[in-house]
Ligand binder design. Structure first.
Ligand SMILES: *Cc1c(COP(=O)(O)O)cnc(C)c1O
Length: 422
């Protein structure tokens, strides 16, 4: 019983996974990474086509991030952020704030992953209104098909029925709308009951890579201002260059009241998240201890020094390697290969989605798991990715070479042909 694959099947339980299916086949045991490539325990190599679930930016085993983590490890791996500070966290907080225009997002609250970064924003927003004498502002507004994470508060916002419906009765009060026009008419917004509006800017990830219309985010910002409610941006997927700019909100000149950052924050190396907010929000929580204005929230690993060291190295790579300047030709190449496909495709920066449908244009029966079968076939051609239903996701690390990107599209085309017939 010492074979790790057997141990996995015997003892482990995987996320978002029907374990009966999982245990029926040999698990993919990934043992090594190098740049955009991952290697399994049998020595097979794959392109990391979804950047290890949208986290990795500059590639696996990047020398600068590895060195930064090692250097921090030789000092201390973890100390508590409750009652003490640590140097990488302090330095990182300044660097994150300076990624935004002066006087906008000025405070950084650390947590562990995307879900908790959203959880923090929701609870800060709710407490802000309570402290400000507007406790009626207690309803959150999110969008149809939204995904903001799996902890209870974050999941309350979620609009993907297979994930979220089952737990609806345990959720925070939330209303969901499809468009800004619908939001404009929402009674809770007009009546001053909305604590905040939450959105994945430019593109919804888990919904199947759905693009928002151009200009929508700026319009949403204006509407939130008119209604005196907060705008919370979930840039957990879109942050750190994924859409072509450092943050998606830059593309519409929007500054939110809260921004949630996670996945790419450490370059995809360690779990760390940050919620940035404004001076206005921060100052509402200041007072005498007895007033109980304190934000009583935190986790054991908040501001973990190894994670912060990795995040600092991640940002340093953006500067030194001019990552954002290197991206446009790769985004262009992705666009060319997508245009040559016969399927409906979508692209936002270095994120691509390919919708598989029947020749008639109808969707496949979801129970056939067409997307999953195509991705399994792609694996045999050296491409690792994961579908969202029948949308194939391609979002490799930024360090991917032109040859590797061509290889990914070739693998995908072969996998689709094998699975669906030419
Ligand atoms: C992944 C994701 C989350 C949740 O982040 P976790 O780190 O998985 O908790 C939240 N929002 C968006 C947009 C995401 O893509």
């Amino acid at each position: 019983m010492s074979n790790p694959s057997e141990l996995d099947q015997r003892y482990s339980w995987h996320p978002f996974t029907q374990m009966r299916d999982w245990c029926a086949r040999e698990p993919l045991m990934l043992v090594e990474g190098d740049g955009a490539i991952l290697r399994d325990s049998a020595g097979n190599e794959y392109l990391d086509g979804n950047s290890s679930i949208w986290t990795n930016l500059h590639g696996h085993r990047h020398p600068k991030i590895n060195a930064a983590i090692r250097a921090q490890l030789d000092r201390v791996a973890h100390v508590s952020y409750l009652g003490s500070a640590n140097e990488p966290a302090s330095i990182l907080a300044e660097k994150l704030v300076k990624l935004f225009p002066p006087g906008t997002l000025e405070r950084v609250f650390y947590s562990d992953d995307g879900s908790t970064a959203i959880e923090v924003a929701l609870k800060m927003a709710a407490q802000f209104w309570q402290l400000g004498g507007q406790p009626r502002r207690s309803i959150f507004v999110s969008f149809d098909q939204a995904y903001h994470g799996d902890t209870a508060g974050a999941a309350s916002l979620g609009g993907i029925s297979v994930f979220h419906d089952r737990f609806a009765k345990f959720h925070f009060p939330c209303r969901r709308v499809k468009t800004v026009a619908e939001l404009r008419e929402l009674p809770e917004l007009r009546n001053g009951e909305a604590a905040a509006v939450v959105i994945e800017p430019l593109i919804q990830g888990a919904a199947g890579l759905r693009l928002w219309p151009k200009g929508m985010l700026a319009e949403l910002r204006q509407l939130c201002d008119e209604a005196d409610t907060f705008l919370i941006l979930d840039e957990v997927m879109t942050g750190f260059g994924r859409t072509g700019t450092m943050f998606a909100c830059e593309q519409e000149g929007v500054i939110p009241d809260f921004i949630a950052l996670a996945k790419g924050l450490t370059g995809g190396y360690l779990p760390l998240a940050a919620t940035l907010t404004t001076r206005r929000v921060y100052e509402q929580f200041l007072g005498e201890y007895e007033e109980l204005k304190t934000f009583f929230y935190g986790h054991s690993y908040t501001a973990n020094p190894l994670g912060c060291a990795a995040a600092l190295a991640n940002l340093q790579i953006f500067e030194e390697e001019k990552t954002l300047d290197q991206l446009p030709p790769k985004i262009q190449l992705m666009a060319q290969r997508l245009a040559a496909l016969e399927w409906t495709t979508r692209q936002c920066g270095f994120i691509a989605g390919i919708d598989l449908v029947k020749p008639s244009g109808e969707a496949f029966d979801w129970r056939e798991q067409t997307g999953a079968r195509v991705c399994l076939a792609a694996r045999r051609h050296g491409l690792l990715t994961r579908p969202i239903r029948d949308t194939i996701v391609l979002m490799p690390p930024y360090c991917v070479t032109a040859d590797q990107l061509h290889g990914a599209f070739d693998a995908l085309e072969a996998a689709i042909a094998e699975t669906l017939g030419a």
